[in-house]
Design a protein around this ligand. Sequence first.
Ligand code: NAD
Length: 366
Amino acid sequence: MVELKEVKRKKDKSVFDLVSEHNHEKVVFCHDKDTGLKAIIGVHNTVLGPALGGTRMWSYASEAEALDDVLRLSRAMTYKAAISGLNLGGGKAVIIGDAKKDKNEALLRRFGRFIKNLNGSFITAEDVGMTTKDMEYIRMETEHVCGLPESRGGGGDPSPVSAYGTYMGMKAAAKKAFGSDSLEGKRIAVQGVGHVGAYLVELLTKENVEIFVTDIYEDRLREVAKKFGAKVVGMDELYDLDVDIYAPCGLGGTINDITIDRLKCKVIAGCANNQLRDEQVHGPALVKKGIVYAPDFLINAGGLINVYSELVGYNRDNAYAQTERIYGYTLDIFALAEKEGLHNQQAAMRLAEKRIESIGKMRSTF
Ligand SMILES: NC(=O)c1ccc[n+]([C@@H]2O[C@H](COP(=O)([O-])OP(=O)(O)OC[C@H]3O[C@@H](n4cnc5c(N)ncnc54)[C@H](O)[C@@H]3O)[C@@H](O)[C@H]2O)c1
C-alpha cells in the first residue's frame, strides 16, 4: 500500500504524543496470553456522558495502525454523539485479528472483562467484524454493552438504522448539489457492501438508480450485486468511475492525497467513519473540487441513535424517527458552512464542539 504523508508523520510520534494530540482521556491496552487477545480501548471524551462506541475487529498491518484507528474512531464518536444531541461521550475499541479466524467466545468474554473494569466509562456495541452474537458473549462478562439481539431485549443489528441515516444524508447532499433530493437516474458507487453498505444499496434500489459496488470479500460482493442488480467493479477502479455519488461504506481514510484527484462525483455521502484522511487538508480540497461532502459522523449516526435508545428504553420507531432528522440537520450544516466560510466537516465539528463546551460548563456549576 502506498504510504500516506499523514501516516508517515504519525510514525515519528510517541504513544503519548498521539494520545495528547486530540486530548484523549484514556487509552487501555488489553492483552491476554491464553486467548490471544490484543485490543485497544480509546476513551476520547466523557463530558456529555459515558463513552459509547463500537468494537472493531480487523487484521491491522501493524499495532501502530490499530492505535491510529482507535484514536481517530473514538474522537469521531465524540463528535457523532454531540451533534446527534445524545448524552454520550466518544470511545471506540479495536481488537487486532482476523474476525473470520481468530474470534471465539473466550476471546470475546476476556475482552468483556476489560470493559467491565472500566466501570461504565466505556460502553461498546458492534462495528466492523462484529455481530450481535458477539455482543452476547461480551454481555456475559459486563453489562456495559449494547447492540444485543432483540431476543435478548436489545435493539438488534444497528446497521439498517445506520443505512437509513446515511440515505437521508445522501438525499440532503443531492439536494445541495443537484437541486433535488430525488436520486432518480443517478449513478452511485458504494464502496463496501457489508452490514450497512448492503442495507444502503437496498434503500437506493427504491429510487431507480444505477449502482456500482465493490468489496474485499468476493462472495459477499457477488451476493449483494446479484440480489440488488448492482454492477461489480474493482476496488481501485471505483475511484475513477464516472458517477454522481460516491458512498464510502468500508473503512476510513479513503478520501486522501491519492484518491481525491481521481474522484469525478459531485457528492460524497457514505457510512464509513473518518472518511477524510486528514480533515484539515481533504475537507477544503473537496470544496475546491466542487464536491458536496456530507459529514460522516453526522449522517452515519443512526446506529448510535439506535444503540443509545437501548440505554434509555428501546423503541425502534423512535430510533428511526430521530434518524430521519439527519436529512434536515445535514442541510443546516451546509447552510452554516456557507455562511461561515467553512468546509462541511468543519461546520459540523464546530457545532458539536459548541454543545460539548456549553453542556460541560453547565454541568460544572450547581
Ligand atoms: N454498523 C453500523 O451500524 C455502523 C454505524 C456507523 C458507522 N459504521 C461504519 O461504517 C463502515 C461499515 O460498517 P459495517 O458495519 O457495514 O462493517 P462490515 O464489516 O459489515 O462491512 C464493511 C465492508 O467493507 C469492506 N471494505 C473495507 N474496506 C474496503 C475497501 N477499501 N474497498 C472495498 N470494500 C472494503 C469489507 O470487506 C466489508 O465487507 C465502517 O467504517 C463502520 O465503522 C457502521
